[in-house]
Design a protein around this ligand. Structure first.
Ligand code: NAD
Length: 466
């Protein structure tokens, strides 16, 4: 779908007009392309002073494997760790050289005085981040800390990161990654995702990494040998998910309704996957999926993407619109998951990723049915994640909550509301289906065993529900 305003402000005249009128100035976001380096530019890394080196150590090891171009400040104790890991890091100077990625390990921030180190690190370089740059702060989950000063300081990082996301603009994103003590080995897949162009439309997010199971992968094809089912796969976001999972090496079963047969078969033909025609609300949906999965040795991931809108204000909403949306978007997911768990269709270390929506977080005019269903999806993920923690099968469940994504679904929104939805975020533009798909591929990776119960918004830091 075309974004005429977005295209206009890419031109020099458009830029001038927008600037003079104080209008939003979206930049074209960097997006991942196969064969390109994951980190496209230099990384400035720093750490808060303190004894615990485990998180810094993990970051340095990952950057070393990525062969990233790394710099650090002259007086920063991260230098010793970089030397030990054999990373030939430069010393950052006060000139106007720019960075693509800023990473600060704030895990040692234990009181309000310590927070000053966060200010000092980022203040100096706030104007020196490249277009589509990345700002990443690492910390410890406040809920794991008994000391009140330590807990409040770690929680304070959230306000800092969310504000940076809103301030920096120019396609720059900011995230806070809380890593539980002892879970450092599970940071790899998350740091790769957030330092790269794969996370183009994800900003202002707080991610929690726990111990979980640790699985080594071939990073050139992290989903190789994995069988993954995508519902609603024939078009829009589902089509992009199927394509990205296949690109990353997965064998894809694409599910959709009979009416989408032609599109689905064409796509599965292209991806060398299997089309599965079934309505997810039908009584035998779980059994049909199980039957398809049997011949390929079970499922390693299920992506619950299929969903619909039937918008009306509550006073005007007939019963059928309520029932249809709740059944497709929520009840069917709960029912299918129950069947897959009860009948052992999911393999060890399987991943479930559900597609919620920022409507489910913020609520939305004319969407009582849709927002109820999507909030319910978050409830389902949170409750299931808790249960999965008690098993030893290494399974995880997470959700993405897209904001305004350019698809047939958003094309149906009236112009003025559509334009507002598209611009009311830190990146001043709508996201693309591939942005949701890349986020799902990260959560569905066998290497993401430390992520369980996360709700990740793919919304460019939308003001809705922020
Ligand atoms: P879409 O309408 O383009 O695609 C939805 C797909 O789901 C279609 O292929 C459809 O045939 C399939 N589907 C619908 N009912 C089904 C059923 N009963 N059984 C099997 N398949 C069924 O929508 P989209 O924009 O690609 O949205 C995909 C998901 O993302 C949905 O869950 C939607 O709620 C969510 N989402 C989208 C946006 C957005 O901006 N587009 C924002 C937030 C959330």
């Amino acid at each position: 779908m075309s974004d005429r305003y977005g295209d206009f402000v890419q031109s020099s005249i458009g830029k001038k007009v927008a600037k003079n009128l104080g209008l939003p100035l979206p930049v074209e976001l960097d997006r991942f392309e196969s064969g390109q380096r994951l980190v496209r530019g230099s990384v400035l890394i720093g750490r808060a002073k303190g004894d615990d080196q485990s998180l810094s150590q993990a970051v340095v090891n990952i950057l070393s494997k990525l062969h990233a171009e790394v710099s650090s400040n002259a007086d920063d104790s991260i230098k010793g760790l970089l030397d030990e890991a054999g990373v030939q890091a430069k010393t950052a100077t006060n000139d106007d050289s720019k960075f693509k990625v800023l990473i600060f390990d704030a895990s040692n921030v234990a009181n309000t005085d310590d927070l000053k180190q966060v200010y000092e690190f980022f203040h100096k370089v706030a104007r020196r981040v490249q277009l589509s740059g990345r700002v990443i702060v690492l910390g410890r989950p406040p809920e794991d800390l008994d000391d009140i000063e330590a807990a409040l300081s770690q929680r304070a990082l959230e306000g800092f990161v969310r504000s940076v996301g809103k301030e920096f603009k120019r396609g720059i994103t900011a995230q806070l990654i809380y890593v539980a003590k002892g879970a450092e080995q599970n940071l790899d897949s998350t740091l790769r995702f957030f330092t790269s162009a794969r996370s183009a439309y994800v900003s202002g997010q707080v991610i929690r990494i726990q111990a979980g199971s640790h699985v080594e992968v071939d990073w050139t094809q992290p989903l190789k040998g994995k069988s993954m089912l995508v519902t609603g796969a024939s078009r829009g976001i589902g089509e992009a998910i199927a394509k990205v999972l296949a690109r990353e090496g997965a064998y894809v079963i694409g599910l959709d309704v009979e009416a989408q047969k032609d599109d689905l078969e064409k796509l599965m033909d292209e991806l060398k996957g299997t089309p599965l025609l079934v309505d997810i609300t039908s009584d035998d949906a779980g059994a049909t999926i199980a039957e398809a999965a049997k011949s390929i040795g079970g499922l390693d991931a299920v992506i619950h993407n299929a969903g619909i809108t039937r918008d009306k204000t509550l006073a005007n909403m007939d019963e059928q619109k309520w029932d249809l949306v709740i059944n497709i978007n929520l009840a069917s997911i709960a029912k299918i998951n129950r069947y897959l768990f009860d009948n052992k269709v999911l393999n060890d270390d399987a991943r479930i990723v559900c597609v919620s929506s920022i409507s489910g977080i913020a609520g939305n005019m004319g969407q009582t049915n849709y927002a109820t269903s999507k909030a319910g999806v978050i409830g389902l993920v949170t409750a299931t994640a808790k249960q999965l923690e008690t098993t030893d099968q290494g399974m995880t469940i997470n959700a993405v909550a897209p904001g305004f994504i350019e698809t047939q679904m958003t094309e149906a929104i009236p112009f003025a509301i559509r334009e507002a939805g598209r611009r009311m975020n830190s990146l001043s533009q709508g996201g693309l289906p591939i942005d949701v798909a890349e986020t799902i591929a990260w959560l569905a990776s066998p290497a993401s065993g430390g992520l369980n119960g996360n709700i990740v918004r793919v919304c460019g830091q939308s003001l809705l529900g922020a």
